[in-house]
Design a binder for this molecule. Structure first.
Ligand code: PGD
Ligand code: PGD
Ligand code: 6MO
Length: 821
């Protein structure tokens, strides 16, 4: 989820498209506004801005956004735009600062089991900010900065200034430090193991460019990936460049295989061959393919010898020489459920064609998830096509339009966490910053002072008293909700800035209403990978109700703590935006490109475009390494692809051996666990995680007002369940209601409930209480992937399902708590 993109093309010195854009800019005139920001009272009209869903114009009438028009340069606008607009005005919008009554009346730590029960008191902004500043000071002075967790994770809105998580870190740094987090929920396992394997985190890097894939790839394999659904969004503002590329691939008639328990939208779009293994068995399936390659002498020995290390130490495992278990297709079939013949055929077809293994990230968001990406690289290495046009592997074809050729453009800087605290403050000595693996927050709360393993180190959990969250929804994104709710009671104080009454907001002690993208000015890049444009995100409307910008909220908190100057550096919104643009302009000049002056850019109402070179369109991942493995050695210990890692060997982890290994997960279909149905918790097609769950879009997919659940008719029949029924899905960790959609597009034994459904406990004081809407993370496993990466296991979890026979309980999560409307 970071934005690491590899600009394959920094040396190009042309600016053809940019020059054209500038010509257009020059002739555009002043537009709606004069230079600089608008003060309060925003005029009506068409205002350009953007979000995780793309760039668009907001149509504003009488000070309200009444419609969104996609930017004309967007080749595939997201169908979620009506929800993006509805966020501003939906009943779930937070209007006023609120404080939980017990906390307000009895102070920090009061009745923490009552969090989430919705008993809030509305307070003035002044009062709310005083409370926040006093509490931050109290915790810092009594317990030290190590008692404040502000590693706040989540998909906050794009924008280089109103980047609320960095703003939070900045404010905390200005006041003495805090405990942060490392990694993310997206690629927690893969991003830790891949540096040992290929020398970089790889999961966020540019894969071979789509034009090369369209031209050269003969067999495209989407392995646990659904790019038609997941490329809708970007961490910045997406360019949607993957869509025309996928259209070209389809038109060309390239063979596509989807390996997925669900016949995905991608599978249907390509008319692809669908192979549906049991979930969480991909490593076994890959080993079966690898064994066939080896047994039939189809592996590329020259590639393995020249570019890899450790294949010789992996072979005894593959052949069973060292453990008596031959990992052949028959063995794999017994685990993954695909016929041995199919597995052998896959090996032959992969080896016989120019094959691109395009893996999604679900396969590593599982117990022992590290092994999936390690084994996939190993398989690609055995095929010997890494670094060739259209062959090898790619880990971002499904994400933020990875593979869209990278433009020659400057990197737009943004606000940083690097505030300078005032010199001489007593608390400075205890300051600094440390981090925990992002998804181990519950272990941290459960074991203050205890120790844990992470990536070769042994660390100690801090003793947290206060957690501060902005731009994330941990009561949606974290696993094993009921365990989490219990752990949360340990906190004295939980402070949240939100714009929506999410479950996280409902569990806060102090909740501060923040603005949406439409209510502030900002600047952002278009295209995480293509870096194709810079977008002026213009304020379209004044803040709704009492919402304020996160930046202004933190400024006022720092003011109260005596660190305002450290936080603002004397700049306001437009001064920051201008400074980011100017820094990009200087960089561009270094590349012999001339960007227009800021005011011309800001008033142009058009994204500023940058040129894409032929070289970028022809980018091939790892080509340089293939051309000269000595000169362009990888960042691993050996400089080569490591199929056996001595570094990992030295860690002596029982759950992460030194070569890719099939290890049984704690629960799986056909394996351990006492419940029969595996829960696939994919990313939703009509939401971004939990974002937009509170909007009009829900009525298009909810079944009897509940989150939908895909189920195979065979599994339904065995349980007397019919299409459209509400069912209770449960295990030892929790229970939820969902609405059933019966379909043959999911394999028997698996059900799919997408992540991000809003958590709506029937009795908020009671852990284990029925979630009435369908938050899948009541059911998932909350452990780490392994001692190495400590990633989350969102896709691990087994459950049972039954028809719900009681009277359907009304929902409360889509109406604000009492007194908040
Ligand atoms: P979002 O719903 O995007 O989920 O979890 P994440 O917490 O990112 O939450 C973002 C929140 O930020 C929203 O509530 C939104 O209103 C708020 N927000 C937006 N803009 C602003 C702003 O400007 N200021 C403030 N203060 N708030 C703002 C996502 C996480 O879930 C991720 S990335 C992944 S990959 C995981 N996936 C799975 C999974 O596959 N399976 C399961 N079971 N669980 C998962 N959880 C993880
Ligand atoms: P998932 O939906 O979790 O997406 O991208 P990621 O690839 O992780 O899983 C993709 C596919 O894997 C699904 O079709 C699922 O059925 C399949 N799958 C699940 N388990 C298994 C398994 O064991 N084996 C195999 N072979 N397949 C399996 C997530 C990425 O998407 C991320 S991290 C983020 S933060 C973004 N989130 C969203 C979002 O919430 N909504 C949309 N529309 N788009 C997104 N894009 C990004
Ligand atoms: Mo993610």
């Amino acid at each position: 989820m970071s934005n690491e993109t590899e600009n394959a093309d920094l040396s190009r010195r042309k600016f053809i498209k940019g020059a054209m854009a500038m010509g257009a800019l020059g002739s555009m005139g002043a537009g709606l506004l004069s230079a600089g920001a608008r003060a309060a009272g925003v005029p009506d009209g068409k205002i350009m801005t953007g979000s995780h869903w793309g760039a668009f114009h907001a149509n504003v009438k009488n000070g309200r956004v009444v419609g969104l028009e996609p930017w004309s340069g967007d080749p595939h606008p997201s169908h979620q735009l009506p929800g993006v607009m509805d966020v501003v005005y939906s009943p779930t919008r937070i209007r006023y600062p609120m404080v939980r009554r017990s906390w307000l009346e009895h102070g920090p730590g009061a009745d923490t089991a009552g969090r989430g029960a919705g008993d809030f008191v509305r307070v003035s902004w002044d009062k709310a900010l005083d409370l926040v500043a006093q509490e931050l000071k109290r915790v810092r002075d009594q317990h030290g900065p190590r008692a404040i967790f502000a590693g706040s994770y989540g998909w906050k809105s794009p924008g280089k200034l109103h980047n609320c998580q960095t703003l939070l870190a900045r404010a905390m740094m200005a006041n003495g430090g805090f405990v942060s987090r490392s990694g993310d929920y997206s690629t927690g396992a893969a991003q830790v193991i891949l540096p040992y394997v290929v020398g970089s985190i790889d999961v966020y890097e540019q894969p071979t460019a789509w034009p090369v894939v369209v031209e050269h790839t003969e067999l495209m394999v989407f392995w646990g990936a659904d790019p038609v659904v997941t490329n809708q969004i970007g961490w910045q503002v997406p360019d949607h460049g993957a869509y025309p590329a996928m259209e070209s691939l389809r038109k060309k008639g390239t063979k596509v295989i989807c390996i997925d328990p669900v016949r995905t939208e991608t599978c249907q779009f390509f008319g692809a061959e669908w192979l549906a293994p049991r979930p969480q068995t991909d490593v076994a399936l890959m080993l079966g393919i690898a064994h066939t390659l080896y047994a039939e002498n189809l592996h590329d020995k020259a590639f393995l010898a020249r570019y890899c290390t450790g294949f010789d130490r992996f072979v005894p495992y593959l052949t069973g020489k060292n453990d008596g278990v031959v990992k052949d297709a028959q063995w794999a079939s017994g685990i993954c459920g695909l016929p041995a013949q199919t597995i052998q055929d896959l090996a032959r077809r992969f080896a016989g064609h120019r094959t691109m293994l395009a893996a999604g990230w679900s396969i590593q968001r599982q117990h022992h998830g590290e092994q999936a990406h390690w084994m996939l690289v190993t398989l690609a290495a055995m095929l010997g096509q890494i670094g060739t046009p259209g062959g090898g592997y790619g880990f971002t074809y499904h994400y933020a339009n990875g593979g869209s050729p990278t433009a020659t453009s400057p990197v737009l800087p943004g606000i940083t966490a690097g505030a300078k605290p005032p010199a001489g403050a007593a608390w400075l000595d205890a300051g600094g910053s440390e981090s925990i693996p992002v998804s181990r927050i519950v272990e941290m709360l459960e074991n203050p002072g205890g120790s844990y393993d992470f990536n070769g180190k042994r660390e100690t959990w801090p003793d947290i008293k206060l957690a501060y969250w902005v731009g994330g929804n941990p009561f949606a994104h974290h696993q094993d909700r009921n365990r989490m709710r219990k752990a949360w009671r340990k906190l004295d104080t939980f402070i949240v800035h939100e714009l929506q009454w999410t479950a996280t907001a409902r569990h806060a002690d102090i909740i501060l209403p923040c603005t949406s993208t439409f209510e502030r000015n900002d600047i952002e890049g278009i295209g995480d990978y293509s870096m194709s444009h810079i977008l002026a995100m213009r304020k379209a409307i004044d803040p709704v109700f009492e919402a304020r910008n996160d930046y202004d909220i933190f400024t006022d908190i720092c003011q109260r703590m005596g660190t305002r100057e450290a936080f603002t550096e004397g700049r306001d919104e437009m001064a920051w935006i201008r400074s980011f643009y100017e820094a990009a302009r200087v960089q561009a000049r270094g590349k012999r490109m001339e960007m227009p002056v800021f005011d011309v850019f800001w008033n142009s109402h058009k994204p500023l475009g940058f040129p894409v070179s032929e070289e970028a369109k022809g980018y091939i991942r790892h080509k340089a390494f293939r051309d000269d493995p000595l000169l362009n050695a990888l960042g691993t210990a050996s400089g080569r692809i490591e199929i056996y890692s001595s570094t990992i060997e030295r860690m002596h982890y029982d759950d992460c051996p030194p070569h890719p290994t099939w290890m049984e997960p704690v629960e799986r279909l056909g394996g351990a666990g006492r419940y029969p149905l595996h829960i696939v918790s994919s990313h939703p097609r009509a939401r971004l995680h939990s974002q937009l769950c509170g909007t009009v879009l829900r009525k298009n997919y909810a079944i009897q007002e509940r989150e939908p659940c895909l189920m195979n008719p065979q599994d339904a029949q065995a349980r007397g369940i019919s299409n459209g029924d509400v069912i209770r899905v449960f295990n030892d960790r929790g229970q939820i209601l969902v609405g059933v959609r019966l379909t043959d597009d999911i394999r028997p034994g698996a059900i799919r409930i997408c992540e991000g459904g809003w958590y709506d406990p029937a009795d908020p004081r009671q852990p284990g209480s029925l979630c009435r809407y369908g938050d899948v993370n009541n059911l998932t496993v909350g452990i780490g992937t392994s001692k190495l990466a400590q990633g989350n296991c969102g896709h691990t979890g087994m459950a049972q399902a039954e028809k719900y026979k009681g009277a359907l309980p009304p929902l409360s999560v889509f109406t604000p708590p009492q007194g908040a409307a």
